[in-house]
Design a protein around this ligand. Structure first.
Ligand code: FES
Length: 79
């Protein structure tokens, strides 16, 4: 698998709602970061579907180096 593009070396604080399906961009190409806009088409990347349990702002991964998971784990600090 080729490396994803680093959209930014910090998380995107994003307000999310309960009961919705979200699709986190894993490829780094989306112009609607941190969520997928379909720009991955033709690559080996696919968006990651997720939901949240509480309506609030979440730190979503912007560096795309969090093992394909949508929530920031601080991996950007090592880039
Ligand atoms: S645009 Fe990046 S996964 Fe869809």
């Amino acid at each position: 698998m080729s490396d994803a593009i680093i959209a930014q070396k910090s998380p995107y604080m994003t307000e999310l709602a309960v009961g919705r399906d979200y699709f986190w961009c894993s490829c780094g190409k989306s112009s609607k970061q941190p969520l997928c806009d379909g720009s991955h088409k033709g690559s080996e990347f696919t968006p990651v579907k997720f939901q949240v349990d509480a309506a609030k702002a979440y730190a979503l991964c912007g560096c795309k180096n969090n093992d394909g998971k949508p929530f920031c784990n601080g991996a950007h600090k090592n880039l």
